[in-house]
Design a protein around this ligand. Sequence first.
Ligand code: SF4
Length: 391
Amino acid sequence: MPDLTIPKEKFGIYVHWPFCAAKCPYCDFNSHVRREPIDEARFVSGYLKELDYTHNLAPNRRVASVFFGGGTPSLMSGHAVGAIIDKIADLWGYENNAEISLEANPTSIDSQNFAAYKVAGVNRISIGVQAMNDQDLRKLGRQHSVDEAKAAIKLAQREFDRISFDLIYARPQQTLQQWMDELKQAIELGTDHLSLYQLTIESGTRFADLYKLGKIIMPDDDHARNLYDATQDICAEYGLYNYEISNYAKAGEECRHNLLYWRYDEYAAVGAGAHSRLRSSNDPSIRYARVDQRQPEKWLETVEVQGHAFIDVEELTPSAQAIEYLLMCLRLREGVSLKRYAHLSGEALSVPNIVKMVEADLLIHDVEAQRICTTEEGLRLTDYIIGELLG
Ligand code: SF4
């Protein structure tokens, strides 16, 4: 008999460092380049203040995971990272074996900080390798070379038990064979976790302008599909299973912080442009979406005056929460608990709609476990499936 109890939500904290050494031409993240040195100490005291404020909103939790993302958090000193990790310990305390991840760029300067991050309490590092040839790294606007990426991985392996790399594929002119060779080469450097993203053209980026001018030719759907299928096969060959649309891991090495988002657990977030989902302390069925001021200096000035820079706070209705849960959780191989969906939404998902998607070979319905998950085909069509399920 499967266990049908809804697991207790985990609680994680995201810390956004919004600065980068240069802006990559494909990137639409909230990342900024500054000519003048960043006043790190002032920013750190801003994070500590916003954490204090957040603790008042969401006390009495234990932290299961922290994720330093960006931007480029590996531009932060170990001292700054440590001050934030310690503050979180003082305010909430950590669960046993809490995961503390930090995203790092593999330039030689960033890698010099790895030992200090370990001392600060980081126990998982995610390295933005992105490509395994120098020509494409330059086209992607990256500041590192393949040799630097390899050296960074070696250094990271010395300091951390858990490391992950990011690679971008389906790049202009990338052939199937080139990608297969590149992916194998990357995996053989040694990792238990990979994030593999297809390049997409995001509006407002330099690549979007070049694309409009016809200076970037993106792979057509068939080629992109072949690249994706090869990715699945190669990762499976190396024992890395596709636990989320773009994420591959050995069993037990999944990124616990990202799982917390995809399982629609609770998370706080601090820093410019960060988004959080916190439950009300008075009524845990109420969940708030909060968005921080995007512009880093404005974020800092606002936090210094009022203790936080949340510019948008929205109470999510039960149905909005359930839709977010579906959107996030269908990305995962493990799929959606129909019981949790009904608990969030107040009503069950339509069985005829589920059956329709099962008949279309896009969903698998485990009636006994009360779960649905996508088929291989369905994993690529989650937006369509959600539309049909809710229609
Ligand atoms: S380093 Fe990362 S966050 Fe910064 S501009 Fe490049 S892709 Fe964006």
